[in-house]
Ligand binder design. Structure first.
Ligand code: 13P
Length: 252
């Protein structure tokens, strides 16, 4: 799975050009899903362009909101609304939302639950900040984030196959400094082992793919994806350019 996360960038014109250029450039024999996450206000526009032209791009939402019973949320987007738009994937737990919107694991767990109930595929983002890395506490930090998935398994066992994990070290996001291949490999192995053994998903025969994100570009993508522990990429800045993104997709 190769995911373009446009964050808060683009407009209708650049999006239409990007969708057409990427669709015409990606190798359709590549079985990796090619997923585009536009800004929320353009979701319907992007979906219409893709459907009208029969393009092989799938759509993900950057946003999903959740409020506890009795609360209301002006500006909120529910999983039911996303499903209604035929959105297939949703990013949950992105570090920018954890930080800027002060999202905690309680809310994130509810969001995942709602998304799974509405049959959306969840791309669950996790990753440590630089202080945690420097203190050598990355695995402890990630295990707490992964425990969110553990909370779901009793109620949603049948839907766990719709979960993908995206490992995005915060210090690598938008910094131009991707994590090194060895570091990515070891961390992905930790994530997979934790899900298999500590959460016990290997007993259920469920092995979620683990993507890497954080300063992926045309120069480093091949090395990163060559690791058997890396199942795909979540790309921010480098996804904005259709030629770069298509090349990364084709190399993956
Ligand atoms: P960059 O590729 O710009 O570092 O962003 C990564 C990211 O946050 C994707 O979700």
């Amino acid at each position: 799975m190769i995911v373009a996360n446009w964050k808060m960038h683009g407009d209708k014109q650049s999006m239409a050009a990007w969708i057409e250029e990427v669709s015409n450039s990606i190798n359709l024999k590549n079985i990796n899903p090619c997923i585009f996450c536009p800004p929320t206000c353009y979701l319907e526009y992007a979906i219409r362009l893709i459907n009208e032209n029969g393009y092989h791009i799938e759509i993900g939402s950057q946003i999903l909101n959740y409020c506890f019973e009795g609360e209301s949320l002006t500006g909120g987007i529910s999983s039911t609304m996303l499903k209604d738009l035929s959105v297939e994937y949703v990013l949950v737990g992105h570090s920018e939302q954890r930080n800027f919107l002060k999202e905690n694991n309680n809310v994130i767990s509810k969001k995942i639950e709602k998304a799974l109930n509405d049959e959306l595929s969840v791309i669950y983002c996790i990753g440590e900040d630089i202080d945690t890395k420097n203190k050598n506490e990355t695995y402890l930090f990630l295990s707490k984030q992964l425990d969110v998935l553990g909370r779901l398994q009793s109620k949603h066992e049948d839907k766990l196959r719709s979960i993908t994990v995206a490992y995005e070290p915060i210090w690598a996001i938008g910094s131009g400094l991707n994590a090194e291949k060895k570091y990515i490999e070891k961390t992905h192995e930790f994530i997979k082992n934790y899900i298999n053994d500590d959460l016990g998903w290997s007993n259920l025969d469920i092995y979620p793919p683990v993507l890497y994100g954080g300063s992926v570009n045309l120069t480093n993508c091949e090395e990163i994806i060559s690791s058997t522990a890396v199942d795909g990429l979540l790309i921010g800045g480098a996804s904005l350019n259709s030629e770069t993104f298509s090349k990364i997709y084709n190399l993956s």
